[in-house]
Design a protein around this ligand. Structure first.
Ligand SMILES: C[S@@+](CC[C@H](N)C(=O)[O-])C[C@H]1O[C@@H](n2cnc3c(N)ncnc32)[C@H](O)[C@@H]1O
Length: 214
């Protein structure tokens, strides 16, 4: 099975382990890949939406794979502790809500998180709630870029620039292209809304990150 660049990058952040959970799995491609490639020995596949979960069940049936399936909100679908928990493809605020609602299973796992937006808020939440981010990467699919990271229970302090763009982000062509595209967008947006302090803060963080990479 060949994954899209985003899902392949996520799979690369999952440590080899006994049991992984994919929360909000939808199509089920990521946990199927984890099993078929021996990255983990068992998986939990959950989704809030029963029709979405059916897609994953169908994929597993066709590929002769088994999993613990649950139609459930966030980590409530876990029937046993997971070594790694993936929460990808939803908004950062929803990921925060899921982690806040059930902190115990999250604290004993490696978290692999990919917010579609509000990555800064998610990093801030992790930092303030006893998690440290250990790896970061950016994936690219056409014109879209995806920030994603692995975290675990621990302590960390992040600077403003690190809150926006991460501390341990792998220095790859995808990161350079992401920073270029983001800078262009921010400069355009600031021209239209020169008083927007959030845009200016992100641009200033971006310029600082560039100095680390050169
Ligand atoms: C855009 S899909 C992402 C699918 C997959 N994780 C990926 O990254 O390709 C988001 C999925 O998350 C599910 N979802 C949203 N909120 C959820 C929650 N609180 N608990 C479980 N699943 C949720 C949705 O039903 C949907 O299937």
């Amino acid at each position: 099975m060949k994954l899209s660049p985003r899902l392949a990058a996520l799979a690369g952040l999952v440590p080899p382990c006994g049991y992984a959970a994919d929360i909000g799995s939808d199509h089920g491609l990521l946990p199927a890949f984890l099993l078929e490639n021996g990255i983990c020995r068992g998986v939990a596949v959950t989704d809030l939406s029963a029709p979405s979960l059916e897609k994953a069940k169908d994929l597993f049936r066709r590929r002769g794979l088994s999993a613990d399936f649950a139609a459930a909100d966030g980590l409530k679908g876990l029937s046993r502790p997971a070594d790694a928990i993936v929460i990808a493809g939803m908004g950062g605020q929803e990921i925060i809500r899921i982690l806040k609602a059930d902190p115990a299973p999250a604290r004993s796992a490696v978290l692999v998180l990919q917010p579609m937006k509000n990555a800064r808020e998610l990093r801030l939440f992790l930092t303030g709630n006893g998690f440290e981010i250990t790896r970061e990467r950016v994936a690219r699919e056409g014109r879209r870029f995806y920030q994603m990271f692995a975290a675990r229970a621990g302590e960390q302090t992040l600077s403003e620039a690190e809150l926006w763009f991460g501390r341990h982000t792998e220095n790859t062509p995808e990161l350079s292209a992401f920073l270029d595209a983001r800078e262009q967008k921010l400069r355009n947006d600031i021209r239209r809304a020169p008083g927007n302090l959030r845009l200016r803060a992100e641009l200033s963080a971006l310029c600082e990150v560039r100095t680390w990479l050169t």
